[in-house]
Ligand binder design. Structure first.
Ligand code: AHM
Ligand code: MG
Length: 343
C-alpha cells in the first residue's frame, strides 16, 4: 500500500489550515488575516452556490423579476456584491472596500473597522453569466498605512498588495491565492464544503503555446499589439504558430494561462486608449499572481505592478503570462517606441 498517496488523500490541507500555517511563520501575526480570508472564502462559497443554481433559478423566475414565491430575484452580480460587502464588513478586519459594482469606495466605521483594504470584482465576466460559461471573483488586499483610512490606502501600486487571488466558478470551483510567497490553488470539495489544496506552488511555463485576446478589436489596436499577434500566427523564428483561446472571462482566461502558459492580453485600442480592464481589482491581482508564479505583467509601457492608480476605477492595457512571451512583447514595444495606432 502506498502510504504517501494514502496520506495525500486523508490528510486534507484546507485553505484555512494552509493560511494558518503560513501566518504562524510571523510571530507578531494575531490571526486577523486568517479571519479576513475566511470571510472571503465564505463569500466565494455563497457565490459558487448561487452560480450553480442560476440555471435552475431561471425556471422559477428570471433575474430582476419576481419568482413564484413572490420574491424578487436579484441579478447574480448585484447579489454577489452584496454578499462580499457584508462578509468583508462582518469580518471586523476591513477599513476600505472598493468593488467594481460600487461607484464610491466603502469606508467601514468602528467598531467593525480593521486594518485591511480589499479591492474586488465580485462577479467578473458579466457577458458569460447567462450562458453557463465560467465566471469568477477577483480580489486584492492592502494594509492601511496610517491609523485612519484614506482613499490613498487603495491608490497604492499593485506591488504593495499583501495578497491577491481569484475564485473561478467553472466545472469545479477553484480558489487561487498568493500571499506574496508563491501561488497555490484550492478546489472546493462540495461534500465537505471546504477548499482543499490541489495545486501547490503553481509555476507558469516559461514559454507558452497559447495567446488569448479579443481579436474582434484588431482593427483598432496599436502597431505593437498588431505585430505581436501577427508573430503568434506567423512566427518569424521558425517555431509553430500559437493557438488562440479566448473565453471572455478574465478569470478563466488567466487561469488557463497560469496553468498552461502563454499570454493573455487586453490591449489599448483606438476606442479605449486605456484598454478595458480595471487596474485595482482586475489588472493588479492578476499581475500579482502572474509574477508570483514566475511570469510577467506589462502595460505596454511599464511593469503593471508599478502603476500608481489615481482613481479607484482606473483602467489600463495589460499583457500578462509566461516570462519569455511577455519579454517578446516588451521588445516589440521598445522597438516601436511611439505606440502608434494602426492606420
Ligand atoms: P466585466 O467586468 O464587465 O465582466 O468585464 C470584464 C471582462 C473580463 O472578464 C474579460 O477579460 C473582458 O471583460 C472581456 O471583454 P470583451 O468582451 O471586450 O472581450
Ligand atoms: Mg470585471
Amino acid at each position: 500500500m502506498d502510504h504517501a498517496a494514502d496520506a495525500h488523500r486523508t490528510d486534507l490541507m484546507t485553505i484555512t489550515r494552509f493560511v494558518l500555517n503560513e501566518q504562524s511563520k510571523y510571530p507578531e501575526s494575531k490571526g486577523d488575516f486568517t479571519i479576513l480570508l475566511n470571510n472571503i472564502v465564505l463569500g466565494c462559497k455563497f457565490v459558487c452556490s448561487a452560480v450553480n443554481k442560476a440555471g435552475l433559478a431561471k425556471l422559477i423566475g428570471l433575474a430582476g423579476e419576481t419568482n413564484v414565491q413572490g420574491e424578487e430575484q436579484k441579478k447574480l452580480d448585484v447579489l454577489s456584491n452584496e454578499v462580499f460587502v457584508k462578509a468583508l464588513i462582518s469580518s471586523g478586519r476591513t477599513c476600505i472596500l472598493v468593488s467594481e459594482e460600487d461607484e464610491e469606495a466603502t469606508f467601514v466605521s468602528p467598531p467593525m473597522r480593521g486594518k485591511y483594504c480589499v479591492v474586488f470584482d465580485p462577479l467578473d465576466g458579466s457577458s458569460n453569466i447567462d450562458c453557463g460559461v465560467s465566471i469568477g471573483t477577483i480580489f486584492g488586499i492592502y494594509t492601511m498605512k496610517g491609523s485612519d483610512p484614506t482613499i490613498e490606502d487603495v491608490l497604492q501600486p499593485g506591488k504593495d498588495m499583501l495578497a491577491a487571488g481569484y475564485c473561478m466558478y467553472g466545472s469545479s470551483c477553484m480558489l487561487v491565492l498568493s500571499t506574496g510567497n508563491g501561488v497555490n490553488g484550492f478546489t472546493l470539495d462540495p461534500s465537505l464544503g471546504e477548499f482543499i489544496l490541489t495545486h501547490s506552488d503553481i509555476k507558469i511555463p516559461k514559454k507558452g503555446k497559447i495567446y488569448s485576446v479579443n481579436e474582434g478589436n484588431a482593427k483598432n489596436w496599436d502597431v505593437s499589439t498588431a505585430k505581436y499577434v501577427d508573430n503568434c500566427k506567423y512566427p518569424k523564428d521558425g517555431s509553430l504558430p500559437k493557438s488562440l483561446r479566448y473565453v471572455g472571462s478574465m478569470v478563466a482566461d488567466v487561469h488557463r494561462t497560469l496553468l498552461y502558459g502563454g499570454v493573455f492580453l487586453y490591449p489599448a485600442d483606438k476606442k479605449s486608449p486605456n484598454g478595458k480592464l480595471r487596474v485595482l481589482y482586475e489588472v493588479f491581482p492578476m499581475s500579482f499572481l502572474m509574477e508570483q508564479a514566475g511570469g510577467q505583467a506589462f502595460t505596454g509601457k511599464q511593469r503593471a505592478l508599478e502603476l500608481v492608480p489615481k482613481k479607484i476605477h482606473e483602467r489600463s492595457p495589460i499583457f500578462l503570462g509566461s516570462y519569455d512571451d511577455i519579454e517578446e512583447i516588451k521588445e516589440i514595444y521598445a522597438a516601436e517606441g511611439n505606440n502608434a495606432m494602426c492606420p
